[in-house]
Ligand binder design. Structure first.
Ligand code: KIV
Length: 263
């Protein structure tokens, strides 16, 4: 695999070629992901749950993210690496710029932030300063206290319109990609059509430009496996083959199926 850049991903979208994204938190798995030819690694703050044993992503710190982003970048020189900005590390524009700089210096090639219109200026500032940004809308786990739990978002007309509006604002502000988590399939389909930037789905049905799964969910290691994932290790005894099966399934459209989305 050649090194993946934003241009590679934009070309995938333009050509209608779906691409796989997966989370990773350490060097060994990051290397396996490179061997499997997976386009994008997300160093997700889901590391709070799957690596550190917290019950949410809220306790994850910048130090945690820097530590794991560095490890991932040392294990993989081909996939594009996105690092999550942790809870409250982008609460102000000034903090956003300072913390994004640290993540880029640790090895990230893009940062991800959860939220919509309130991030417009920060996304614009990052973008102007050469920092690629991935937005994250729908179920935004850092806000689970405010959302009243981990629930599918955008189920009613008002909620759906808000997510669509936020998606357009983020793109206009300079975001390069967008994650949509746990939104109805028809909303994710509409947003994917309307936006020029690649849209990555998780629990968003089969029609987004790309899919992301949490590594430990798709290997069957997590205690509670969400409905929108598939255990790719179940049919093989090899992590490498499981990763390749995931990449193939996303590219061929075999994963996700309608059953992995929400109405
Ligand atoms: O932290 C994470 O792993 C994520 C994905 C679930 C999109 O944000």
């Amino acid at each position: 695999m050649k090194s993946v850049t934003i241009n590679t991903l934009n070309n995938h979208k333009a050509g209608g070629d779906k691409f796989p994204v997966i989370t990773a938190y350490d060097s060994a798995f990051a290397h396996q992901i490179e061997l499997a030819g997976i386009d994008v690694i997300l160093v997700g703050d889901s590391l709070g749950n799957v690596i550190l044993g917290y019950s949410s992503t809220v306790p994850v710190t910048m130090d945690d993210m820097l530590h794991h982003t560095g490890a991932v970048s040392r294990g993989n020189s081909k996939s594009l690496i996105i690092a999550d900005m942790p809870f409250m590390s982008y609460a102000t524009e000034e903090a956003t710029l300072a913390n994004a700089a640290l993540l880029m210096q640790a090895g990230a090639q893009m940062v991800k932030v959860e939220g919509g219109a309130w991030l417009e200026e920060s996304v614009f500032s990052l973008s102007q300063r050469g920092v690629p940004v991935c937005g994250h809308l729908g179920l935004t786990p850092q806000s689970f206290n405010k959302l009243g739990g981990y629930k599918v978002q955008g189920r009613d007309d008002e909620g759906a319109e808000l997510i669509l509006r936020d998606a357009k604002i983020l793109q206009e502000a300079g975001a390069d990609m967008l994650v949509l988590e746990c939104v109805p399939t028809n909303l994710a389909t509409a947003i994917t059509k309307v936006l020029d930037i690649p849209v990555i789905g998780i629990g968003a049905g089969p029609n987004t430009d790309a899919q992301v799964l949490v590594l430990y969910d798709m290997l069957g290691f997590s205690p509670r496996i969400p409905k929108f994932t598939r255990n790719f290790l179940a049919d093989t005894n090899s992590v490498q083959l499981a990763l390749q099966a995931y990449a193939d399934a996303v590219r061929s459209g075999d994963f996700p199926q309608a059953e992995h989305g929400f109405k």
